[in-house]
Ligand binder design. Structure first.
Ligand SMILES: [Fe+2]
Ligand SMILES: [Fe+2]
Length: 470
């Protein structure tokens, strides 16, 4: 399924056969571009950036790399190949043919799921729009912009579904997606983590590691959806999302590496005076971004989650690989929660515990990257490690929301929390220090003092390639 780039809106969904839909999207396009110029990367819109663009949706060679000015990026609509005779894999409709049109009874629910996912895409572009000014290298600058244009494309993906399948309501929602603003008090983005600031590159790498990974798990469970257009859209988005998490994982890995090099060279933990980030600060940023990302999965016990599943709208991660009955009416699942003064793990009915199951899959995935960062630390002969805090730490949603939990999982008093907060979460001093390191490095092949160069460049190019032209 090649993508037609002759069209004003590149697509592989035969848009030209549906004049009404084409016209609606062609009306939305200039408003999207206006939003991009208002809220996209500030100060770099006219620059030539070495970006990849999708050319086809199969796993092999979908990417084409070339210099592009971001406002001219070919955002479009790309769905993964249809699967012949696909059936619904779970819930009450298991075994029935997958829906090609929205089932009337689930219209409102499905629209809400799509809008909630769609809202995160422009939000992250807004959060990251100032970062170009303080890039640690041209290589990193290019990666930031790649992530940004792809989040823009993810917005297109969700807007296509809204326009194609939800009539007038869908068009209104597509409009509203361009109206909300990350962090705006009057018209905030829908989810908490997407209203936080991403003021510096340490936060950016943490965000792409932890928060984009939430995206991966949400998209993977929507890719199981009985609503086939949503499933196909999400399957293609996942291939793009993988790069965002790569940027996060390798970004933090390179920060850790630089820190360890300096620790070994100077035999000290205090590498701040050498213009680098100490492990304790990295740990505090990790604690923050991990905990706000855990909240994105919602409450531990949730009727919504049960309903989405039973309706066949949102499955589990790797639903197809599970060997149970894919209905879960009788099943249970262990849920860790607050019970009075204690934290307990209890079996709960599996259906309302689906958020927690997805969160568990996510946590296991997060741990793998932490293990790789710790290997970097060990390789330098340093006796220290980074770790994921307890799932109850610094939570604002669900069972832990009203309880203060330390990173190692002890319930603490408010007074103890207030005392130790600066040990556990980034303080104003930390933030001021991190910001002081954020000086732009735009010379080819040069890197900021606080981050090691990557092992290799992009698309076979050397590390000192001119990834963004001046
Ligand atoms: Fe995305
Ligand atoms: Fe992403």
């Amino acid at each position: 399924m090649a993508i037609d780039y002759q069209e004003r809106i590149p697509n592989n969904v035969s848009l030209h056969d549906n004049r009404r839909l084409l016209r609606a999207l062609e009306e939305w396009q200039p408003r999207f571009l206006q939003w991009w110029s208002d809220m996209g990367p500030e100060g770099f819109q006219a620059r030539n950036v070495y970006l990849r663009t999708a050319t086809s949706v199969d796993a092999q060679g979908w990417a084409h790399f070339d210099y592009v000015r971001m406002p001219e990026y070919r955002w479009g609509i790309f769905l993964a190949e249809p699967e012949a005779n696909r059936t619904i894999g779970f819930g009450a409709h298991r075994g029935q043919p997958a829906w090609q049109d929205v089932p009337g009874e689930y219209r409102g629910t499905l629209r809400r799921l799509i809008v909630t996912q769609g809202d995160t895409e422009p939000a992250s572009v807004e959060q990251q729009r100032q970062l170009g000014r303080t890039c640690p290298s041209l290589y990193d600058l290019r990666n930031l912009f790649q992530v940004n244009v792809e989040e823009g494309r993810h917005l297109w993906a969700m807007v296509y579904l809204l326009h194609a399948h939800f009539g007038r309501d869908g068009r209104e929602e597509a409009e509203a997606l361009l109206q909300r603003r990350s962090g705006d008090r009057d018209k905030p983005r829908i989810l908490g983590a997407f209203n936080e600031r991403t003021p510096d590159w340490l936060s950016f790498f943490m965000f792409t590691y932890f928060t984009d990974r939430d995206g991966k798990y949400q998209l993977a469970s929507l890719a199981e959806s009985g609503f086939d257009p949503l499933s196909r859209t999400c399957r293609f988005m996942l291939t793009e999302e993988a790069h965002h998490m790569f940027v996060g994982e390798t970004g933090i890995g390179r920060v850790v590496q630089r820190t360890c090099e300096l620790m070994r060279e100077h035999q000290t933990e205090d590498v701040r005076r050498f213009g680098a980030l100490d492990l304790a600060t990295i740990q505090r940023y990790l604690n923050f971004h991990y905990s706000v990302s855990l909240d994105l999965f919602g409450g531990e016990v949730s009727t919504n989650a049960a309903n989405f599943y039973t309706a066949g709208l949102k499955g589990r991660f790797d639903e197809g690989k599970k060997t149970d009955d894919h209905r879960l009416a009788e099943a249970t699942y262990p849920v860790t929660q607050v019970d009075g003064e204690r934290i307990v793990t209890r079996d709960e009915p599996a259906l309302p515990a689906l958020n927690e199951r997805l969160r568990d899959d996510y946590i296991a995935d997060c741990q793998r990257g932490v293990d790789r960062w710790n290997q970097v630390i060990r390789k330098h002969g340093i006796d220290a490690s980074l770790r994921l805090p307890h799932r109850g730490f610094h939570r604002a949603i669900g069972s832990f929301a009203e309880t203060r939990v330390s990173p190692d999982g002890a319930i603490v008093t408010q007074a103890e929390w207030d005392d130790r907060r600066v040990e556990w979460l980034p303080s104003d001093t930390d933030q001021a220090f991190v910001e002081s390191l954020m000086v732009p490095i735009v010379e080819r092949g040069k890197f900021a003092s606080w981050i090691a160069p990557p092992a290799r460049g992009i698309n076979g190019n050397p590390v000192d390639f001119e990834y963004v032209r001046s």
